[in-house]
Design a protein around this ligand. Structure first.
Ligand SMILES: C[S@@+](CC[C@H](N)C(=O)[O-])C[C@H]1O[C@@H](n2cnc3c(N)ncnc32)[C@H](O)[C@@H]1O
Length: 280
C-alpha cells in the first residue's frame, strides 16, 4: 500500500515535471542534464544540458546494436531520437500520461508495452536494453534477471542513473538503489561490465537548480498563497494547518533545512553510466 502510494506520487511528480518543463523551459526529457564545463548551471540552460546527456549516451551505444528496448521511456523524446538515428526501438512504461505522448511521437514505428518492466510479457529479444534514469524505479532484486531475459546472447544492458552511497541517509535527496548492493548483484549476474563511467560531478548542478527553484520560487509562492488565505479565511487555514501538521513539518524539514544542493548530491550519490555485455 505504502509502495503504491509512493509510486503514484512519483509518477504524478514526473507528469508535473514534464508539463512545467516542456511548457516553460523547452525540456523534452525527464532526466538530469549533463553540465559540461563552461555551461552556466541555470534552468534556462537545462535543455542544453539534457541534450548533452543524450549525446553522451548515444556515443556509448555499442556499434553492433540495432534494436533497443527503452525502459521507462518517459515522454519518448529520447526513444524518438534513437529511431531517427536508425535504431529499432520499443518502449516500456507504466504511465498512461507518458504512453499517450510516446505513441503520438513514435506513431507506428515502435511497440509500446504499457506496463512496468516487471510485468512485460513478450518473446522479443533486443540487442540492448536501456535504462535512462529509470533503473532506480525497478525492484533491484529482479531487474537484472528481467533485463537479461530480454537481451540476446552477447547483447548489452545500458544503465545511466544514480545510486546511493554510504552517507545517503543524512542527505535530503531521495532516490537511487544502494550502490554496494547493485555492484554485488551485478558481479553475480551474467553481465560483464564494459564501461563504468562516473558522471556525478557533471550531473550534480541539477540539484543546485532544483534547490534554488524551491527556495526562490516555490516557497515564496506558497507563503504568499498562505497569507492570501489567512486574510480571507483564517479559520479554514488554521484547520488545514492543524489537519496536515505532520506533512507540513516534514515538508519544511525537507525543503528548508534539507541538504538538497549539488554538493549534497555529490556526497551522497554516485551517478554512473554502465554498459554491460550479457555473457551467458
Ligand atoms: C526519471 S523518468 C526518465 C524518463 C526517460 N527515460 C528520460 O530519460 O527522459 C523515469 C521513467 O521510468 C518510468 N518507470 C517507473 N517505474 C517503472 C517500472 N517499474 N517499469 C518501467 N518503467 C518505469 C517512469 O514512468 C518514467 O517514465
Amino acid at each position: 500500500m505504502k509502495e503504491t502510494k509512493r509510486h503514484i506520487s512519483r509518477e504524478i511528480g514526473l507528469e508535473i515535471g514534464h508539463i512545467v518543463g516542456k511548457g516553460m523551459f523547452k525540456l523534452d526529457h525527464l532526466h538530469y542534464g549533463l553540465w559540461k564545463k563552461g555551461l552556466e548551471p541555470e534552468i534556462l540552460n537545462l535543455h542544453i544540458a539534457q541534450d548533452e546527456y543524450c549525446k553522451f549516451i548515444i556515443a556509448h551505444i555499442p556499434a553492433e546494436v540495432k534494436s533497443i528496448l527503452d525502459v521507462g521511456c518517459g515522454a519518448g523524446a529520447f526513444s524518438k531520437r534513437l529511431v531517427d538515428l536508425g535504431y529499432n526501438v520499443d518502449c516500456v512504461c507504466p504511465t498512461e500520461y507518458q504512453n499517450k505522448l510516446v505513441e503520438q511521437l513514435l506513431g507506428g514505428t515502435s511497440e509500446v508495452f504499457k506496463c512496468k518492466l516487471e510485468d512485460i510479457r513478450t518473446d522479443k529479444k533486443y540487442d540492448m536494453v536501456q535504462f535512462c534514469e529509470s533503473f532506480q524505479y525497478i525492484d533491484l532484486d529482479r531487474v537484472l534477471d528481467i533485463a537479461g531475459s530480454l537481451i540476446k546472447q552477447g547483447g548489452y544492458m545500458l544503465i545511466c542513473d544514480f545510486f546511493k552511497i554510504q552517507s545517503a541517509d543524512k542527505c535530503g535527496i531521495k532516490g537511487g538503489h544502494k550502490f554496494d548492493k547493485f555492484m554485488d548483484l551485478l558481479g553475480k549476474s551474467p553481465f560483464e561490465v564494459i564501461e563504468n563511467i562516473d558522471i556525478t560531478e557533471q550531473t550534480a548542478p541539477n540539484m543546485d537548480i532544483l534547490d534554488r527553484a524551491t527556495k526562490e520560487v516555490m516557497i515564496p509562492v506558497v507563503s504568499a498563497a498562505e497569507r492570501f488565505v489567512r486574510s480571507r479565511h483564517p479559520f479554514v487555514l488554521k484547520l488545514i494547518k492543524w489537519r496536515y501538521r505532520k506533512k507540513i513539518e516534514k515538508a519544511e524539514k525537507k525543503y528548508l533545512q534539507g541538504k538538497r544542493a549539488g554538493k549534497d548530491f555529490a556526497e551522497s550519490k554516485t551517478y554512473r553510466l554502465f554498459v554491460c555485455r550479457k555473457t551467458k
